[in-house]
Ligand binder design. Structure first.
Ligand code: ADP
Ligand code: MG
Length: 692
């Protein structure tokens, strides 16, 4: 249960007076739904409104606060002209206040002639006179003007004053929490207490205060990172504690497969297999991340690990994030299974009726050895007779919920998570905590580098005619259309438009695939592309991670400057599957900055996904690397992965120590840490794994 002390902070935002449904809807654009979320909305800048001694001390173009005396009101002669009020400071420097909208004698009341007022607003100069248009403050009491006004990210319909006031009120309501950090550590890091940190972060006094590395923001980032690491550590500890089972087959099935493969495993594949087999043979439950760049050959590794379980008479499952990928796994794995006399089946959301019933029955009866599917494998009525090994492919698409859910499903099954995303170590920590980790750090021999070129879209005519030649020689190509993250609709329109233009040249040989299509339609298009019935595939960014069409050797990406480098790397990987030389064209549209173009040049220089990801992390921060903030990685509000990596490592250590010393979070610090977990909504871990 959520600790009582948090109750006020977890009320819906509509419980605040003055916030109705309309504002609530707008605030949702800023990820603010509950009162507590206001606290996480930190200012990115501030305005200094300290009183200045004279108009001459103000800087043109900047906000200033001055004490002035009203001299006279000059109403406009024409409606289209502004209403002007002439004032002067104590040194008789003149200031014109301009108002483009006036209401009756409102201004006369606000600025009575010959009276002193404090005025705050952006100082400008016009016709050699100081001028302020629509001052932010006009008041007779200096105290009404905040000395420093924090500036927040806004959304249409929400003003800075409005959200600033909401936040100020919320800051007043922060209960006094018990400290959840170690006192020594706080001293060493110069961390203020949680509430002091929040207050300071929302009331910056200088530029140093809005830097992510300020003591207050460091503290808050650490709290967020610790809650993330602690939740993961709790889950992981519970999984580890359950006795798994020893899985060590006789190797016969594996040998049969290896004998028929048209290639030898790379050293890297051999190495990670050894690590996986050792985990399987071990008593405790396996939870390992397998990372390997696109095309490094993860599928065969997964299959061999599954066969180890099957050799022992157990079942194994592999789960992919999409139907297309699940089907693709099935198509590559099923024939091999048939060859060695075991049974693999495909179960997705589209497996219906008799077929589905049959699969479910056979699964319980243990007649299916390997089940391949999507998240449909999670559905309640899917019951295995003896599931011992689970592979999750392209993990980053799954949320934390699903991760937890899965670990409950298998009967103490070992878990292997696979990803092609070259996530830096720090981000792995944020998504999995300190889990075991293997990396396939070598591609199969004979892969040729991709010829990568960066060019402006204005060369499209040349590109199309070169493409015509290539396709005539039997090549197959992807054409990825602009990514406009704000709107899927616009994405789609752009892709459709490009499709129509390309149709003029390529006729029936060009196809279109996008996220809005039904799975069945997508499948059909993919089939046509695989078979060569179409040889040019226009796509929004839905080209699935991992889609395998070895014949495709050309990748054209429009508006490449809008993609993260890691995303570009993933896309480029689509054409690197076979042995033939591949080409990747990165097209940018004007206007594009020189920096953006040089950034694209990195793609020309290296094909090392890890280098690229590190580069991207520096440039764009964690969420962007995966192309989506909802990826489950680095989904932080206060921590910034390009700044707080060091804190993350510390939080990871800290979390490990906590679960070792106080696994049920029962000590006084443990109780405080429970509050922390709820505060950052990482309470899944508490609810599922900790006793009351
Ligand atoms: P990914 O790691 O991206 O999932 P895949 O497992 O799909 O990569 O493998 C990509 C291609 O490389 C497949 O066609 C696969 O058969 C092939 N492959 C895998 N291992 C080797 C190897 N050791 N030598 C040569 N080709 C391999
Ligand atoms: Mg794969």
């Amino acid at each position: 249960m959520r600790p009582d002390i948090l109750f006020p902070l977890f009320r819906e935002i509509t419980s605040v007076s003055g916030v109705g449904d309309k504002y609530a809807k707008l605030l949702r654009n800023l990820n603010i739904e509950k009162i507590v979320h206001l606290l996480w909305h930190l200012p990115y800048s501030f305005i200094n409104r300290k009183l200045l001694p004279s108009l001459l001390s103000g800087k043109i173009g900047e906000t200033g606060t001055f004490e002035v005396t009203t001299i006279e009101h000059v109403p406009p002669k024409f409606k289209s002209k502004p209403y002007r009020v002439l004032c002067q400071d104590q040194f008789e420097n003149q200031l014109v206040l301009c108002f483009f909208k006036t209401f009756g004698n409102f201004l006369l009341k606000q600025l009575p002639p010959e009276e002193k007022r404090f005025i705050s607003g952006k100082l400008e100069k016009f016709n050699n006179l100081f001028q302020i248009n629509h001052p932010d403050f006009i008041t007779s009491r200096l105290g009404d003007i905040p000395e420093v006004e924090p500036i927040y990210n806004l959304t249409a319909g929400i003003s800075n004053k409005f959200i600033g006031n909401l936040i100020k009120n919320t800051l007043r309501q922060i209960p006094s929490f018990p400290e959840w950090l170690d006192a020594e550590f706080m001293k060493q890091q110069h961390f203020p207490s949680f509430s002091t940190a929040l207050f300071a972060a929302h009331n910056p006094k200088s530029y140093a205060d809005i830097l992510p590395s300020s003591p207050a923001r460091n503290r808050l980032a650490y709290d967020e990172l610790l809650s993330n690491q602690l939740a993961l550590a709790i889950v992981r500890q519970k999984i580890k504690k359950q006795n798994g089972r020893k899985v060590a087959g006789n190797g016969l099935l594996r040998k049969k497969v290896l004998d028929t493969l048209p290639f030898n495993l790379t050293n890297a594949q051999e190495k990670v297999l050894k690590e996986i087999f050792a985990d399987q043979a071990d008593e405790s439950r396996m939870l390992r991340l397998l990372q390997g760049d696109v095309g490094s050959g993860k599928t065969i590794v997964a299959l061999l690990a599954m066969l180890n379980a099957v050799e022992c008479g157990h079942q194994a499952a592999i789960m992919a994030p999409t139907e297309i990928l699940a089907k693709q796994h099935f198509e590559s794995i099923a024939p091999i299974c048939e060859n060695i006399g075991i049974r693999a089946e495909l179960l997705t959301g589209r497996t219906k009726g008799k077929k589905r019933t049959q699969i479910l029955t056979d699964l319980i009866d243990g007649k299916i050895d390997i089940l391949i599917g999507t998240h449909a494998l999670f559905v309640e009525d899917v019951t295995f007779s003896d599931l011992a090994f689970v592979v999750i492919d392209e993990q980053h698409r799954f949320g934390v919920h699903q991760r937890l859910n899965l670990s409950n499903k298998g009967n103490l099954a070992d878990i292997l998570v696979m990803t092609a995303t070259p996530i830096p170590r720090s981000l792995i920590l944020t998504a999995f905590g300190d889990m075991e980790y293997s990396k396939i750090d070598q591609l199969p021999a004979g892969r040729k580098p991709v010829d990568t070129r960066v060019m402006p879209l204005t060369k499209i005519d040349e590109i199309i005619s070169a493409l015509q030649n290539k396709l005539a020689q039997g090549a197959r190509a992807y054409w990825v259309c602009p990514l406009v993250e704000e709107s899927e609709k616009i994405d789609l329109a752009a892709a459709e438009q490009r499709f129509e233009i390309l149709q003029k040249t390529f006729g029936a040989k060009v196809g279109l695939i996008h996220g809005k299509m039904k799975e069945k339609q997508k499948d059909e298009i993919m089939e046509q592309f695989k078979s060569g019935k179409i040889n040019l595939l226009v796509a929004t960014t839905v080209i699935e991670v991992g889609v395998n069409v070895p014949e495709a050797t050309i990748m054209i990406i429009e508006h490449a400057e809008r993609f993260g480098l890691a995303q570009l790397h993933q896309l480029r990987g689509r054409v690197k599957r076979g042995n033939s030389a591949a080409t990747c064209l990165l097209l940018y549209n004007y206007p594009t900055t020189q920096t953006a173009i040089s950034r694209l040049q990195i793609m020309k220089e290296t094909e090392d996904g890890f280098l690229i990801a590190e580069e991207d992390l520096k440039l764009r921060g964690g969420g962007e690397i995966l192309g989506t903030k909802q990826s489950g990685f680095a989904d932080f509000k206060l921590a910034d992965m390009s700044v707080h990596q060091g804190l993350l490592l510390t939080a990871c250590q800290d979390a490990k120590m906590i679960v070792t010393q106080d696994p049920e979070l029962k000590s006084p610090r443990g109780e405080a840490l429970r509050i922390l977990l709820y505060l950052f909504e990482r309470d899944d871990a508490v609810k599922t794994y900790l006793a009351g």
